[in-house]
Design a protein around this ligand. Structure first.
Ligand code: AHM
Ligand code: MG
Length: 345
């Protein structure tokens, strides 16, 4: 079932929803519940800044501090610091990693460590902020692998199949939080008048009939033959059916979210133009695996073109992968084209 309206007669806050989910796991200790609250709180704090980004920019340019008398900080750094400072002292986390940091983020010695590992892309698509385009935070939660004490790199380098929870906050015309703990994907819309995320999209299912394909087609000439032919297939160039509409913001969370609700496929393939990104641009741990998990929970799929995204064992924190995500049939089709034209040798 998918609804998209907030029924104020029967308001379900994110707290209540997460708690109800916890009750369905009698063995749960509540630590994950509190961790998800902490992340939702970070989302509210980050949203309070992203909606004022233009103002901060004006004040920043004028060379003055902002209205609260604080120095104006870049928003991606602010989002990064918010997530760290709301999670480093709770005793729920063993170690963190962020797209903004080259190495793992240890828990300070003065605080206890916990059983979970938190990875995040604090503000994906932040290059779009200057243009007032929606941006997002993506997060992943794993169980630690090491026994106890400070968490290690190996705790972070886990395949998506091990994910305990994943989600994103989308700071758009309204702020939304979508998450999964492996029992469906659920969406919440932030109501600023109440100061809460309210359940608006329970059990999201990606529509069977896709509407959109989303990619940076400006790079098409650098793609493999398989990916080029796949694109032409999506456009209906084989004449067998009507082509899909092309939609691309260039802000992953927004592009993903639209296709999740509207149906379609997003891809950022390998690209031979730039040796910096021979494996695509998007990162396995911070972007592809969490969104792949959410999509799978909504009935879709994700692949790097050969292997399911959730089955890839990461070897480094900032590893990049070609990424195809969306309707299962369209993602399967991408693999079929790559198999036929790129792996034929
Ligand atoms: P970022 O992590 O530096 O913000 O970059 C990731 C963003 C994604 O949001 C988006 O899907 C992609 O970069 C767009 O890249 P391009 O401009 O090459 O199409
Ligand atoms: Mg990113």
């Amino acid at each position: 079932m998918q609804t998209s309206s907030i029924d104020h007669g029967n308001i379900i806050t994110i707290e209540r929803f997460i708690l109800d989910e916890q009750r369905s796991h009698p063995e749960a200790t509540g630590v994950l519940t509190y961790l998800l609250y902490d992340i939702a709180l970070a989302g509210k704090v980050i949203a309070s800044k992203t909606t004022r980004a233009g103002l901060a920019e004006i004040l920043g340019r004028a060379g003055v501090t902002n209205i609260q008398g604080e120095d104006v900080m870049k928003l991606d750094q602010f989002a990064d610091r918010t997530l760290i400072s709301l999670n480093d002292h709770t005793g729920r986390i063993a170690v963190m990693a962020s797209e903004e940091h080259p190495d793992i983020i240890p828990i300070p010695d003065k605080y206890p460590t916990g059983k979970y590992v938190l990875l995040f892309d604090p503000l994906d698509g932040s290059s779009n902020i200057d243009f007032n385009v929606g941006v997002g935070t993506i997060f992943s939660v794993y169980r630690r692998k090491s026994e106890d004490g400070p968490g290690k790199l190996e705790d972070c380098l886990q395949p998506g199949r091990n994910l305990v929870a994943a989600g994103y906050m989308l700071y758009g015309s309204s702020t939304m939080l979508v998450y999964t703990t492996g029992k469906g994907a659920h969406g919440f819309t932030y109501d600023p008048s109440v100061g809460e995320f309210l359940l608006s999209h329970p059990y999201i299912r990606i529509p069977d009939k896709p509407k959109f394909y989303s990619c940076n087609q400006g790079y098409e000439m650098y793609w493999s033959e398989g990916v080029q032919r796949y694109t032409h297939y999506l456009q209906g160039q084989d004449g067998l059916r009507k082509g899909l509409s092309m939609r691309y913001i260039g802000s992953l969370v927004g592009d993903f979210h639209r296709n999740l609700l509207g149906g379609g496929v997003f891809y950022y393939p390998a690209d031979s133009q730039d040796s910096f990104k021979p494996h695509g641009k998007l990162r396995l741990l911070y972007e592809a695996a969490p969104l792949g998990f959410i999509c799978e929970q909504a009935g879709g799929r994700a692949t790097d073109g050969v292997t399911g995204i959730l089955d890839i064992q990461p070897t480094s924190l900032h590893e990049r992968v070609p990424f195809f995500v969306g309707n299962k049939e369209l993602v399967d089709q991408a693999e079929a084209f790559i198999r036929q034209y790129d792996l034929k040798a």
